[in-house]
Design a protein around this ligand. Structure first.
Ligand code: ADP
Ligand code: ASP
Ligand code: MG
Length: 428
């Protein structure tokens, strides 16, 4: 008998009818002879609505209370789903993240899982029941408080549980048929990627393909756990996220095709760009800037330093960080202004990071040439550039982002003949 963890996202449990549809699917998997553990997200846009409510009652909701509020969203869907399953004659029991043994650090809003003790889940399985676990939440042993894992974090709850329970697969059910070569809401001609390595999926998730939470991919890679991303609205096979070795085996057995050079393109509009103007061009200046940012716990992404002007002996340093962190970054730098000696700060949050990901970049020359030609032909200005072995990212204006993704998708021959199906959800 195999153990399957199934995770259902918000759009899959958006209303009563959807919850009943998902319940039938779960019971079907159980009656087919599997042990099934379910992880569920809050219904539809509940999390966004709760956040809006919090912002209506407070100018700065305390992080602890915000987490307490947001975890309620998943409690609603888990209990309703358990009721719908009971109606089908199966035994289902819902558990909060804390009851399910999801232990995290104390970082409200972005907690990391530090351990999983799924004793109660194992007991339920042994009793022949279907445990339904609230996604996106845990409890800190240090503070004893309830925490959340960051937006989209239910994926990580599911994978962490799957690894801890030694499941054979973690199925992530969502509102599209799998991982596509671009967000089907931006590029209708996006094509489904049948197999993708953990490494490529990590890069794609990190640059804006929100179909999977980045940390869930890290978890799966460490535990060598297969992830199957698929739609809860269809029975189509989705995308398998696997190790390169597992994909090589699938190719050798004729289950998979040779992997493409490029797996996909994505855009992220949640970054901000900060330019530190007039930095004295002498040793230690960059260190002082990035030390100030590190001390304020700011994650810096791209960095560019311009050539200094000979007349002034000064230069500009530009970096990107999460939009939500830009005010803190600005404050941290202003506090060090006298020490660093810069002239001014410029913050621009109307930027987008547009990226192309593919393991084939390592061994295929000309990818950069095609990339920049495609953007030039679309008359898109590039503000910053950064690369990894398997990724090229550029900063553009927000207004250019979707067009840039489209242009890259076409230039790299990724366009499919038909249109990708988006079954539900609002894309929020
Ligand atoms: P869920 O509520 O099921 O967790 P999400 O909204 O978090 O769903 O993720 C699914 C959405 O991710 C899709 O509706 C799609 O718009 C978006 N998306 C972004 N990039 C991609 C991609 N490369 N492949 C598939 N979906 C993507
Ligand atoms: N409900 C949470 C969110 O909207 C977690 C999740 O859906 O994965 O971010
Ligand atoms: Mg999600």
């Amino acid at each position: 008998m195999s153990l399957i963890v199934q995770k259902f996202g918000g759009s899959s449990v958006a209303d009563a009818a959807s919850i009943k549809r998902v319940a039938r699917r779960i019971v079907h998997a159980k009656r087919a002879g599997n042990d099934v553990v379910v992880v569920v997200s809050a219904m539809g846009d509940t999390t966004d609505e709760l956040l809006e409510l919090a912002n209506q009652v407070s100018d700065g909701p305390p992080a602890r209370e915000l987490d307490m509020l947001l975890t309620a969203g998943e409690r609603i869907s888990m209990s309703l789903l358990a009721m719908a399953i009971a109606d089908l004659g199966a035994d289902a029991r819902s558990y909060t993240g804390s009851q399910a043994g999801l232990i995290t650090d104390g970082a409200h809003g972005a907690a990391r899982i530090v351990g999983v003790s799924p004793g109660r889940i194992q007991e339920a399985i042994a009793d022949g029941a279907i445990p339904i676990v609230a996604g996106f939440q845990g409890v800190s042993h240090d503070t004893k408080d309830v925490t959340t894992l960051g937006r989209g974090g239910s994926d990580t709850t599911a994978v962490a549980l799957a690894v801890a329970l030694n499941a054979s697969v973690c199925e992530i059910y969502t509102d599209v048929d799998g991982v596509f070569s671009a967000d089907p809401r931006i590029v209708p001609a996006a094509r489904k990627v049948p197999f993708i390595t953990y490494e490529e999926m990590l890069e794609l998730a990190a640059v804006g393909a929100k179909v999977l939470h980045v940390r869930c991919v890290e978890y799966a890679r460490r535990g060598d756990l297969p992830i199957h991303v698929r739609s809860s609205f269809s029975t189509h096979e989705g995308t398998f996220v696997l190790s390169p070795e597992a994909i090589a085996t699938a190719i050798a057995e004729g289950r998979a095709m040779e992997q493409p050079i490029i797996s996909g393109a994505a855009a992220d509009v949640n970054d901000a760009k900060i330019t530190v103007i007039g930095v004295p061009d002498k040793p230690g200046e960059a260190a002082a800037i990035f030390r100030a940012l590190a001390d304020a716990s700011i994650n810096v992404d791209m960095i560019v330093q311009n050539v200094s002007a000979a007349a002034t002996g000064r230069t500009d340093v530009t970096f990107t960080c999460a939009q939500g962190a830009s005010a803190t970054a600005k404050k941290a730098l202003e506090a060090q202004r006298a020490v660093i000696g810069f002239e001014a700060l410029l913050v621009d949050d109307q930027i987008a990071k547009v990226s192309l990901v593919g393991a084939g970049m390592r061994s295929n020359p000309g990818v950069s040439a095609t990339f920049f030609t495609a953007l030039a032909d679309a008359n898109i200005n590039v503000q910053m550039i950064s690369t990894s072995e398997i990724r090229i990212s550029v900063v553009t204006t927000v207004a250019d982002a979707s067009r840039a993704v489209q242009a890259l998708h076409t230039a790299f021959g990724l366009d499919a003949d038909g249109e990708a199906v988006v079954y539900g959800g609002t894309g929020r």
